[in-house]
Structures are given as C-alpha cells and as structure tokens.
Design a protein around this ligand. Sequence first.
Ligand SMILES: *[C@@H]1O[C@H](CO)[C@@H](O)[C@H](O)[C@H]1NC(C)=O
Ligand SMILES: *[C@@H]1O[C@H](CO)[C@@H](O)[C@H](O)[C@H]1NC(C)=O
Ligand SMILES: *[C@@H]1O[C@H](CO)[C@@H](O)[C@H](O)[C@H]1NC(C)=O
Length: 201
Amino acid sequence: MAKDMESFQSQEEKRRKRMKLAAYIGAFAVFQVIVILVFALVVMRVKTPKFRVGNGIAIHGLDTVSGAGQSSPAASFDMNFTAPMRIKNANFGPYKYDAATVSFNYGGVEVGQAAIPKGKANMKSTKKVDVAVSVSSSAIAGNSSSLGSELSSGVLTLNSQGRLNGKVELMLIFKKKKSTDMNCSIAINVASKTVQSLTCH
Ligand SMILES: *[C@@H]1O[C@H](CO)[C@@H](O)[C@H](O)[C@H]1NC(C)=O
Ligand SMILES: *[C@@H]1O[C@H](CO)[C@@H](O)[C@H](O)[C@H]1NC(C)=O
Ligand SMILES: *[C@@H]1O[C@H](CO)[C@@H](O)[C@H](O)[C@H]1NC(C)=O
C-alpha cells in the first residue's frame, strides 16, 4: 500500500516535471518566434538611404550682374562654394555606393557639377562628403528671362539633383541594390552671400 502511494507520488512528480519542461519549451519557441520576427522586420528590412545637401553650405565667392536696363550687360552669376553632401544610412549594415555626379541647375539648365567619389556609409550613420562646386550662368548665356529679375530681387535659387547607386549589405552576406535620389532647392541671398533656405525632397 505504502509502495503504491510512493510510486503514485513519483509518477505525479514526473508528470509535473514533464509539464514544466513542456512549458519551458513552449516559452522558448514563442521567444524564438519573437526574435525571428524582430530580426526580419527590423534588422533585415532594407531602407532606402537618404541623399541630400546638408546645412552649412559655405559660399567662398559670389559675383552677380543683375542686368536690369537696356544698356547693361545680360544678367549673370558666378559662384564658388563648398557643399556638405550627406548620405544617411539607417540600415543595420553598410551602404556601399558608386561614384556619382550631382548637377546644380538654374531654371532647368545645368550650371555646375560636383563629383561624389565612390564610398561607404556605415550602418546607422551619416556619411559626410564635402565637395567644392563652381556654378556659373555661362550655360544660360543670357537666355533666361527670369534671371535678371530674380537677381534684382536679391535671391538666386538653384536646384541640385543626383542619384547614388549602391548596395546595402546585411549580416556580411546579404546584399540588396538600393538607389537614392537627391532633389534639393537652394535659395541664396545675393547681398549677404548666404543660404537663405535649403529644402530637400
Ligand atoms: C571661382 O573659382 C574660379 C576658379 O578658382 C575663379 O576663377 C573664379 O573667379 C571664382 N569665382 C568667384 C565668384 O569667386
Ligand atoms: C535659348 O533658349 C531657346 C529657347 O528655349 C533655345 O532654343 C536656344 O537654343 C537657347 N540658346 C542658348 C544660347 O542657350
Ligand atoms: C524635385 O522637387 C521639386 C519640388 O518639389 C519637384 O517639382 C520636381 O519635380 C522634383 N524633381 C525630381 C526630378 O524629382
């Protein structure tokens, strides 16, 4: 009788142990699923890097002729500046991009260029590339009706456009092609030779 009781108790004990183990395994499985989901949704999701002109354009020289009036020469501008290019990479792996060209335009006409050398933006960081740019209205050749009035109003608006082609690398093995476009509008105050506003889309 006592023996039966004993074996019943030990069986009950075993059953409880088994239940406990099953619970542990279940909890671990749920934990694993959560880890995998977080991994898939956060770490492995490839976000498009952002490419833009950053704040802090430094204008080194700016000459303008507003060209108002019949006898005065055609409106023109000539400017040198350093543009802080920014490549923001929010991915959990580096973004390696090819060399690219950013064009600076006035009224849809290219007035200058900047070369972005091939490079890499590390994971979760912003790569900074400062480039020297020269723009001049010679490409417009007095052919813009709005340039004279815009320069007379004291604000010169340029647009910068460019595309980076590259790859986001995850876990050292997965590579995903990603391109990113720049489209910024830069309004320059001619009198103070400073950037009045900068917006990127
Ligand atoms: C811009 O730089 C070029 C080349 O160094 C120079 O010839 C030109 O005079 C500069 N323009 C201005 C407005 O400083
Ligand atoms: C001036 O603009 C007109 C019309 O957009 C174009 O046909 C012409 O080729 C331009 N000339 C120059 C010198 O850019
Ligand atoms: C750049 O942005 C401007 C202003 O939002 C927009 O009108 C223009 O279409 C854009 N250009 C490109 C190439 O996306």
